[in-house]
Each structure stands twice: as structure tokens, then as C-alpha cells.
Design a protein around this ligand. Structure first.
Ligand SMILES: Nc1ncnc2c1ncn2[C@@H]1O[C@H](COP(=O)(O)OP(=O)(O)OP(=O)(O)O)[C@@H](O)[C@H]1O
Length: 338
């Protein structure tokens, strides 16, 4: 078996919170953010770590980075207990929080990198080599002299990812690395992460609400809910467990009655010549497209992925995961078929 790089054995994290329970009365309450959580991640694996809001994802990552100490259980990263030897581990890990920056806001980007060069005591030759490579791969050349506050979100995110990798970390924790990015920046960041993982066998734990991040980057996904691991496996399997659905959006040449699609695919909405068909996310769209194309006059087609919330909701609660088409003023429900 591959060497376990991250190991959690029945890890718990309980927070004490005080809550107002009356005019002057406050009561203490315990929040079990992480509850008997066990998993291992092998060196070089790229794993998606997802779950609904408040599931315990950030708390797990904070324990992995040593910011928080577990209330119980055993946790090791590269054989190190993060909360006891945080500084030692800091040299071996990189962290990117999509919503925050580790860069110095008022300084040009390059100055943040120079400061990190010293902070992490990166050997000069290694620093230069890594910086050149990261600047090239992430397209940062023209941005190095720009103060961080003047960078766009996508530029800043690329800047942050470079900062997290300057010291050659063995493990990278990414929290929403593509949030708010346009399509080009998103693709660029994903391509880059794939490359780093392949070339350097960097272990990556990726928290995201973007299903495409997981689809394009991770062969394995872990789902956490109420602090517990509820799924650990391939993304395709998650679709099967959650029975999630994708949507085929079909533009016909003219308005027509609902398309007669092969079950379980079905029309869920019709607006003028546009029709939306839901079909199982675990199935390929190709067969469905071919059947429709053979019988109907098509102008255009596109496939919409289910969002992560819908997949998880359906898996956890069995709620309807059919993706909601965007609201249209002239939207009409599917006409009753006669
Ligand atoms: N410092 C804290 N003190 C008290 N409760 C906390 C603290 N940090 C987190 N919690 C609680 O622990 C639970 C898990 O929170 P956590 O931030 O780990 O969830 P998450 O999965 O990262 O959510 P999100 O997707 O919204 O970021 C929540 O109920 C949260 O309110």
C-alpha cells in the first residue's frame, strides 16, 4: 500500500460556545465540529474534501496545519503532530485560502516572495529556480512589481498559489482556490495544480464548492457531514450514491412538444424552442445526444453539471437534486403530455 502521508484516527474537535439564554443568563454549549474522523491520504494523492456549510472542513484543515489542537484522537502529517510541531511542519506545507491572502497587501508581489524567501530560509538557488518556474507557469511576469492591492482576484489567487509553493511543500491545502475566478483563470489554476501534483508528487487536499475542480483534479473525494466522513471514493461513485443528474440544454429550430427522450432522461422544462432534459450524471451524454439529434432539428446543445450542493444534498437527504435551470421571465412549466 502507498505510504500514508496524512493520517487521522478518530479525531474530534469540540468547541465550547456561550449562548445567551435569557436576559442575563448565558448557557454553555458544546459544538462537535469534527466527530470521530478517520482517514488517510497517501503521498502524492490529490483529494477533494467537500461537504455542506458548517460540516467541519475548515476545522479539519486547521487541525492539519496545527492552528487548532484536536480534542481527542490521533493526527499526523508526514509523521509529525501538527499542533505540537507547527513550525517544523510549516516548512513542509503550503496553504491557500481563496477568501484571504497571505501576501502583503501594500507591497509589490515580488516583495512578498522575497520576504518568504527569508522566512522559510529557502536556499538562494532553489528560490530563484522555483520563482522563475512559478512565474512562468502562472503567468505572473508582468505582475511582480504591482502592489497586491491592485491585483484582480484571479491575479491575486495565482500570486497566492505561487507563494504557497515557493518553499517546495510536500503537502498543499487549498480552500476554494478557484472561487470568483473567470473561466480562463480557473483553467490556468487547474492546469497548474495538475502539473505540480504530477511533477513533484505534492499531496493536495482540496476544499471547494466547484464540482469541476474536483472532476478535473481529484481521483478521490471525501464528503464530510456533521464532522463525520460519509463518503470516500471516486467522484463517479458519489454521483451514483447521490443519484445526481446533469442537464442537457437543447435548442431546437422551432417550438416543439417535449422531446421524447429515452428513460430515465426526461424533459423538465420547456421555454420556446429551448428544452431542458435531466439525465443521470453517472451516464454519458453522448448516447442521449445522438438519439435526440437523429429525430429532432437541433441548433445548439450544452450540458450543465450538477452543483456540489445538489449532489451532496441528494446523497445525504435524498432530496431532489434536479438542477434548477436559470429563472426566465417567460418560463413555462413542462406542458402535460397527452
Ligand atoms: N472557533 C469556533 N468556535 C465555535 N464553533 C466553531 C468554531 N469554528 C467552527 N465552529 C463550528 O464548527 C462547525 C464546523 O465549522 P467549519 O468552519 O469547520 O465548517 P466548514 O465545513 O468549513 O463550513 P463552510 O463550508 O461554511 O466553510 C460549525 O458548526 C461551526 O459553527
Amino acid at each position: 500500500m502507498a505510504e500514508a502521508f496524512i493520517e487521522l484516527d478518530r479525531v474530534e474537535k469540540v468547541f465550547e460556545v456561550r449562548r445567551r439564554a435569557g436576559f442575563l443568563r448565558r448557557e454553555r454549549r458544546q459544538v462537535r465540529a469534527v466527530d470521530s474522523l478517520s482517514f488517510t491520504v497517501a503521498r502524492g494523492e490529490m483529494v477533494g474534501y467537500i461537504g455542506p456549510n458548517g460540516a467541519g472542513k475548515s476545522t479539519t484543515v486547521k487541525m492539519l496545519t496545527g492552528i487548532l489542537t484536536p480534542s481527542a484522537g490521533r493526527l499526523r502529517v508526514a509523521g509529525i503532530d501538527p499542533s505540537r510541531e507547527r513550525t517544523r511542519l510549516a516548512h513542509r506545507m503550503g496553504v491557500v485560502f481563496g477568501q484571504r491572502t497571505t501576501l502583503w497587501w501594500d507591497l509589490p508581489l515580488i516583495d512578498s516572495y522575497r520576504l518568504m524567501h527569508r522566512m522559510y530560509r529557502i536556499p538562494d538557488a532553489r528560490y530563484r529556480e522555483n520563482l522563475d518556474r512559478l512565474v512562468e507557469l502562472l503567468g505572473l511576469g508582468e505582475l511582480l512589481d504591482v502592489p497586491v492591492r491592485q491585483l484582480s482576484l484571479g491575479q491575486r489567487m495565482r500570486g497566492d498559489i505561487a507563494a504557497a509553493l515557493l518553499h517546495d511543500p510536500e503537502v498543499l491545502y487549498l480552500d476554494e482556490p478557484t472561487i470568483g475566478l473567470d473561466v480562463i483563470s480557473r483553467t490556468r489554476v487547474r492546469d497548474f495544480l495538475r502539473q505540480v501534483n504530477a511533477e513533484r508528487a505534492t499531496t493536495v487536499l482540496l476544499t471547494t464548492h466547484d464540482l469541476q475542480d474536483i472532476e478535473q483534479l481529484c481521483s478521490r473525494v471525501m464528503v464530510i457531514d456533521h464532522g463525520r466522513l460519509v463518503y470516500d471514493g471516486a467522484l463517479a461513485g458519489l454521483h451514483e450514491v447521490g443519484e445526481s443528474e446533469r442537464t442537457l440544454v437543447v435548442d431546437l429550430e422551432r417550438e416543439l412538444p417535449p422531446i421524447e427522450a429515452p428513460a430515465p432522461a426526461r424533459v423538465v422544462r420547456v421555454v420556446g424552442p429551448r428544452q431542458w432534459l435531466a439525465f443521470p450524471a453517472s451516464e454519458s451524454a453522448a448516447g442521449l445526444v445522438a438519439r435526440i439529434a437523429a429525430r429532432y432539428p437541433l441548433v445548439d446543445l450544452s450540458v450543465r453539471e450538477p452543483d456540489i450542493e445538489a449532489v451532496i444534498a441528494k446523497m445525504l437527504h435524498g432530496t431532489e437534486g434536479t438542477p434548477e435551470p436559470p429563472p426566465d421571465r417567460d418560463a413555462s412549466p413542462v406542458p402535460e403530455s397527452s
